[in-house]
Design a protein around this ligand. Structure first.
Ligand SMILES: [Zn+2]
Ligand SMILES: [Zn+2]
Length: 345
C-alpha cells in the first residue's frame, strides 16, 4: 500500500509499504479522507515525528475492510477515528481527562497514521460515521471537536459576545458552534481576507482584518465599550494572545487553544486588565472527555448529520497522497493560501 512517511524534519516521502498484520481487537480501515492538521506542518517541516520513518496523518475517516475479534463492527462500516489512544490507567485517564494522559499513543505522531491507503485501528477508537455525512467531513470531526472543547472550557452562555481570533479550521468551527449555542454577536478576527470571507459565510456577525484596524479597539466599539464575554485564541501567537486578553470585558473568559512555539507575554495594559476586569484565562488542550472519546466527538457528528455544522466551505484543497511532499513545502510559502487540506487516498 502507499503511505506518506516522515523520515526526518523536511524529508517526507510517498512510499510503497507492506500492509501490517491485523492484531486482535483491531480493524483495518481503508482511509477515505485524511486532513492536514495545523500541528502537522511544523512536525513535518521543522521538528520531525516521535519515531523516525512514521506514517503521518491523524484527522481521518474510512471504511472497515477487515476485522479481527471485534464486537459489533463489520466490513463495510463507515467510521471516524479519534487519534488519541489513552493508556486508561494513569490518574488522568481514570478521572476521564484523556487529553491529559501521561502515557498515550497517537496516530500520526507516535504510531503510524492515516496518510496511507489503509490503517490499523483499535476497536475503542471507532465511531460510526452517519450515512449522510461525507468522508471529507468525517475527517474534520477532529478540528470540530477541538473547537467545542475550547468553547465548553469557556462556559459559553446564550447572548454572549464571542470573539474568535484566527480563522483556521478550528476558529471556523468555533464560529459555528458559538452561533448554534446562542451567542449574541460572534466577531471573527484574522489577517487574511479570504479567511474572513469564509468566516462571514459560516455565520460570523462581524469580521475584523487585524492588519487594517486594531482588533481590540474595534471589539470595544462594536460592543458599546463592554468588550467580549468569551474570547478564543486559535492562532498561537504572542501578539494575538495579548490581544485576546485585552479584548475581554469585565468577568470575561479567555481560552487559549492555538499551539504556540513562543513565550506568552502580556503587555502592561493586558496585565492590568487581567486583574481589574477579573478575567479568567484558561488553556484548552485537544478534544477528549468522558466517556472516551467524549461528547465533543459525538456532538460534532450529530451536528454534521443534521447539516448544522458545515465543513465544505472550510476545505481549500482535495489532493492525492502523491501530492503530499510538494504540498508540505508549499505551506512554507507565505503567499500560498490554504484552509483545510484533505487527501483522498
Ligand atoms: Zn489535529
Ligand atoms: Zn492515561
Amino acid at each position: 500500500m502507499k503511505a506518506v512517511k516522515l523520515y526526518e524534519a523536511g524529508d517526507l516521502r510517498v512510499e510503497e509499504v507492506d500492509i501490517p498484520e491485523l492484531e486482535p481487537g483491531c480493524v483495518f480501515a481503508k482511509v477515505k479522507a485524511v486532513g492536514v492538521c495545523g500541528s502537522d506542518i511544523p512536525r513535518v517541516n521543522f521538528y520531525g515525528a516521535y519515531h523516525p520513518n512514521l506514517t503521518i496523518g491523524h484527522e481521518f475517516s474510512g471504511e472497515i475492510v477487515k476485522v479481527n475479534q471485534v464486537g459489533n463492527w463489520q466490513v463495510g462500516d463507515r467510521v471516524v477515528v479519534p487519534p488519541l489512544i489513552p493508556c486508561n490507567h494513569c490518574q488522568w485517564c481514570r478521572t476521564g481527562h484523556y487529553s491529559l494522559c501521561e502515557d498515550y499513543s497517537y496516530f500520526g505522531s507516535r504510531r503510524d497514521g492515516a496518510m496511507a491507503e489503509y490503517v490499523t485501528v483499535p476497536e475503542k477508537n471507532l465511531l460510526p460515521l452517519p450515512d449522510n455525512v461525507p468522508f471529507e467531513a468525517g475527517a474534520m470531526v477532529d478540528p470540530a471537536a477541538n473547537a467545542i472543547h475550547g468553547i465548553w472550557k469557556g462556559e459559553i452562555n446564550p447572548g454572549d459576545t464571542v470573539a474568535i481570533y484566527g480563522c483556521g479550521p478550528i476558529g471556523l468551527f468555533a464560529i459555528q458552534f458559538a452561533k448554534i449555542l446562542g451567542a449574541g454577536m460572534v466577531i471573527a478576527i484574522d489577517v487574511k481576507e479570504q479567511k474572513l470571507n469564509i468566516a462571514r459565510d459560516l455565520g460570523a456577525d462581524e469580521v475584523i482584518n487585524a492588519l487594517e484596524v486594531d482588533p481590540v479597539e474595534r471589539i470595544f466599539e462594536l460592543t458599546g465599550q463592554a468588550g467580549a464575554n468569551l474570547v478564543l485564541e486559535t492562532a498561537g501567537l504572542s501578539v494575538v494572545q495579548n490581544q485576546s486578553v485585552c479584548s475581554a470585558g469585565k468577568l470575561g473568559r479567555v481560552v487559549i487553544l492555538g499551539i504556540s512555539h513562543d513565550k506568552l507575554e502580556l503587555s502592561k495594559s493586558a496585565a492590568d486588565y487581567l486583574l481589574r476586569r477579573e478575567l479568567e484565562v484558561k488553556g484548552s488542550w485537544n478534544s477528549f472527555s468522558n466517556p472516551f472519546p467524549g461528547r465533543e466527538w459525538t456532538y460534532s457528528l450529530e451536528l454534521m448529520a443534521q447539516q448544522k455544522l458545515r465543513t465544505e466551505p472550510i476545505i481549500s484543497h482535495k489532493l492525492n497522497l502523491a501530492n503530499a511532499p510538494e504540498t508540505f513545502k508549499k505551506f512554507l510559502d507565505k503567499d500560498f493560501f490554504f484552509s483545510k487540506v484533505i487527501f483522498l487516498p
